[in-house]
Design a protein around this ligand. Structure first.
Ligand code: NAP
Length: 541
């Protein structure tokens, strides 16, 4: 069948997978262009990350007023965030509000989990297969499947054997989980656990935290937004977003470009005290650039933060266990916390250092370490995600030559701009590996990616193109550049999902170039340059 005839037989011109922060905005933009578009969402409602992560304490570490969408001035004026760092329920309400306000829900299908997607060269189309067995076709496929949406259980013997209640934080049940008076175990001390632990500690009879490697955590310093602040925020959204556009991470906190050595020690210390007392990520991304670039500057700041932890934890042995020894401050994602360290001052909270007493297995009653069996009513796996590529690996994407994306990315992702991959025509990957959005205040990054992808789709449609594919040369040159950005900071000195490590997954025991580390302004420049040169690096017809 000719391509033109096939167009009429497609189920949709475009399918977007995912109704989270990216999918919602992508849908809005495509509808604005008059495209026939369908969103497929695995969950029962929109929200993505904010639909799934219902654990106590879940909230973002970005200022709320920098986290909302910036595309509609009316939306910005009518929505009032209640806290500087809004909790999950409020963010989920916000996303639902956006969906309803712009009448997006009727273009979304829920409980529609995509199992596989295959590109068919003959019709220049993608054929999707849902878990239900249903098939759908489209010309262009856009993934908005998130970067931390493939939860991973720990690779521990007997993990399914526990007879009490157990779940991964991502799958926290929607109905109330009763923890009062319960013996609770938490495995993990990443950003999720750090939010959860102080709240569980307040209600549980006992809480045992199993820690393999501690993280450098710092105070979130959340507060309600006062009426005056609300008025100021709403009056200055243009400035807020302009500022976010200038910073590498899309936050309001800009790095301090003074040379570390040129700032006298007392001034440095006063500055660091100020950062530690500033809400949000200032403590990380508002610091001297040198702290994340120069090992000596990093060591000094790391020592400063270690003292802060010592000052907050009563038991000095526990404090030492909570202080990371294997990586410097900021080289892994810094969890922001509210009374995290103080939780360990409670009599009902116990820290198990897995370096001293490793886990042997999970039992019917709890967790057996080399020292003893810990019995629980509830075990919470706060063990993180198969980050960035995991969500792609869980769908079988098959490209034009029969290769799957999983096979192509087996030794690490290879993409063009993080938004496309050669061998996979007509596929755009919002927040794909090596895109700029995965290293930023997420909505700020994905708004730009979606705008860029939408302009590209407009270009294709207005030129009557039915096929687009990144060239292998463009892809190689992007990969080289992404690798180069790993040399610009101390980030690769630490093992975490930032650098592609995950001991629970085969093959993820080495550096994988998942993230574009060049900063949002540089990424934007690259995207704009590609668009200005008629989408150089793509073959279209
Ligand atoms: P994570 O940072 O990857 O932490 C997972 C934790 O589980 C780590 O402490 C890890 O220990 C531990 N773990 C995993 N497998 C284990 C095993 N087999 N034995 C012992 N310990 C094990 O995951 P996360 O806390 O869910 O956070 C992931 C990301 O989500 C964050 O970095 C952040 O970007 C995002 N997030 C954001 C927010 C927010 O915006 N406020 C909140 C939560 C999460 P090791 O460190 O030793 O591997």
């Amino acid at each position: 069948m000719a391509v033109a005839e096939q167009q009429d037989t497609l189920d949709h011109e475009i399918i977007v997978i995912g109704a989270g922060v990216s999918g919602i905005y992508q849908l809005y933009r495509l509808l604005e262009m008059g495209v026939d578009v369908q969103v497929l969402e695995a969950g029962a409602a929109p929200g993505g990350t904010w639909f799934w992560n219902r654990y106590p304490g879940a909230r973002f570490d970005s200022e709320s007023w920098t986290y909302g969408y910036s595309f509609s001035k009316a939306l910005l004026q009518e929505w009032s965030w209640s806290e500087h760092f809004a909790g999950q329920p409020e963010t989920l309400s916000y996303l639902n509000h956006v969906v309803d306000r712009f009448d997006l829900r009727r273009h979304m299908r829920f409980d529609a989990k995509v199992r596989a997607a295959r590109f068919e060269e003959d019709g220049r189309l993608w054929r999707l297969e849902l878990e239900s067995g249903e098939e759908l076709t489209c010309r262009f496929l856009v993934t908005a499947i998130g970067m931390l949406s493939a939860p991973v259980l720990p690779r521990i013997e007997g993990v399914e054997d526990f007879k009490g209640t157990a779940f991964h934080t991502y799958h926290w049940p929607a109905e109330k989980v009763e923890l009062a008076g319960k013996r609770v175990g938490v495995l993990g001390t990443g950003a999720t656990a750090v939010q959860l632990i102080p709240l569980v500690a307040e209600v549980a009879e006992s809480l045992t935290v199993f820690q393999r490697r501690p993280n450098w955590c710092a105070p979130l310093l959340n507060a309600r937004i006062t009426d005056e602040e609300q008025a100021r925020i709403k009056a200055t959204y243009d400035e807020i977003f302009a500022r976010c556009r200038e910073t590498p991470g899309g936050f309001v906190h800009a790095p301090d470009r003074r040379r570390f050595d040129e700032v006298p020690e007392d001034v440095r210390l006063a500055f660091w005290e100020e950062l530690y007392a500033t809400p949000g990520f200032a403590v990380w991304v508002g610091n001297f650039v040198d702290v994340l670039v120069d090992a000596r500057a990093n060591a000094e700041y790391t020592a400063f933060i270690a003292d802060k932890i010592r000052a907050r934890v009563n038991d000095s042995e526990v404090a030492e266990k909570l202080i990371p020894k294997d990586h410097g401050f900021g080289t892994r994602r810094v969890p922001l916390e509210t009374n995290y360290y103080e939780a360990y001052n409670r009599d009902n909270v116990h820290l198990v250092d897995l370096n001293q007493t490793p886990i042997k297995r999970v039992t019917a009653k709890g967790i057996q370490t080399s020292a003893r069996e810990h019995e629980f009513d509830v075990i919470i796996w706060a063990t993180g995600f198969d980050a960035i590529t995991g969500a792609f690996d869980r769908i079988e994407f098959t490209g034009s030559d029969g290769q799957t994306l999983r096979e192509k990315w087996h030794d690490g992702p290879v993409t063009y701009l993080g938004l496309a991959a050669s061998g996979f025509p007509n596929l755009l990957t919002i927040s794909g590996p090596q895109s700029g959005s995965v290293a930023t205040n997420f909505p700020r990054g994905i708004e730009e990616a979606v705008d860029w992808a939408s302009a590209l789709i407009h270009h294709l449609r207005s030129h009557g193109h039915t096929r687009i594919e990144a060239t292998a040369e463009a892809e190689q040159s992007w990969l080289d550049h992404v690798k180069e950005t790993y040399g610009w900071s101390l980030l690769p000195t630490a093992k975490s999902w930032f650098t592609g490590y995950n001991a629970n997954i085969d093959g993820h025991d080495r550096l994988r170039h998942l993230i574009y580390n060049g900063g949002a302004p540089r990424y934007r420049k690259r995207l704009n340059a590609v668009a200005d040169q008629d989408y150089v690096g793509f073959a279209m017809d």
